[in-house]
Design a protein around this ligand. Structure first.
Ligand SMILES: Cc1cc2nc3c(=O)[nH]c(=O)nc-3n(C[C@H](O)[C@H](O)[C@H](O)COP(=O)(O)O)c2cc1C
Length: 194
């Protein structure tokens, strides 16, 4: 981790989803360290309801191949040049983390596990940001496609809830203004009366 860490507030407010990466590789040790810290997310009964499939370095080539050949059938008719262009949003990230959660048959457990894994994913994003690594949590349809699930090794009863693309970037996108607390908050009163 960097010597001079961001404050929690700086990281939370300053982090942006990065959708345009510059192609610089992300080191495996950085990814592993980010994961080591991110799993300190709250999770009910310490179930730690997550596992990850990581692609960085050499593994990226095979992942690109998988994306190109199997999960983008609507692009199959494009010329090679157009396909390469379309593929840039998949080929420029320096690393990927796919986050997989168990899908319990009990709805309350399933919701808790999804919530806990979501906290962990935000930790991943903030810790990456602290290292100057941008990320974007993506949920493309193909995460649920049988061919993709099989290739990633998702088992029955598991769900791939995030494709986290990570990498370095040259431009910081401007965040969309958030609603202010006044617009979001009502103060408690019995029966919900103002
Ligand atoms: C559950 C979830 C799914 C998302 N899926 C996508 C996605 O499929 N594609 C995408 O471009 N961004 C995706 N995003 C990123 C959002 O677009 C982004 O967080 C939002 O625009 C706010 O921008 P910020 O993260 O920079 O504040 C997703 C974010 C979340 C939390």
């Amino acid at each position: 981790m960097s010597l001079q860490s961001l404050s929690v507030r700086e990281a939370v407010v300053g982090r942006r989803s990065i959708k345009k990466f510059n192609g610089q590789p992300v080191e495996r040790e950085d990814i592993m360290q980010i994961i080591e810290y991110a799993v300190w997310a709250p999770n009910h009964q310490n179930r730690e309801p997550w596992r990850m499939v990581v692609a960085c370095g050499e593994e990226l080539k095979e992942l690109h191949q998988l994306l190109r050949n199997t999960v983008i059938p609507k692009w199959q008719d494009l010329t090679q040049e157009d396909l390469d262009k379309k593929m840039q949003k998949f080929t420029t990230p320096g690393a990927y983390i796919f986050v997989i959660v168990p899908e319990d048959v009990r709805q309350n457990i399933r919701l808790e596990d999804f919530a806990a894994a979501s906290s962990m994913i935000q930790n991943l994003q903030l810790l990456a940001w602290d290292l100057g690594i941008g990320s974007c949590w993506k949920t493309p349809d193909f995460l649920d496609a049988p061919v993709f699930r099989k290739s990633i090794g998702a088992k029955p009863g598991e769900r791939i809830i995030a494709m986290l693309q990570l990498g370095y970037f040259d431009e910081l996108p401007k965040g969309k203004e958030r609603k202010k607390p006044d617009e979001l908050v009502t103060f408690f009163s019995l029966n919900g009366e103002e």
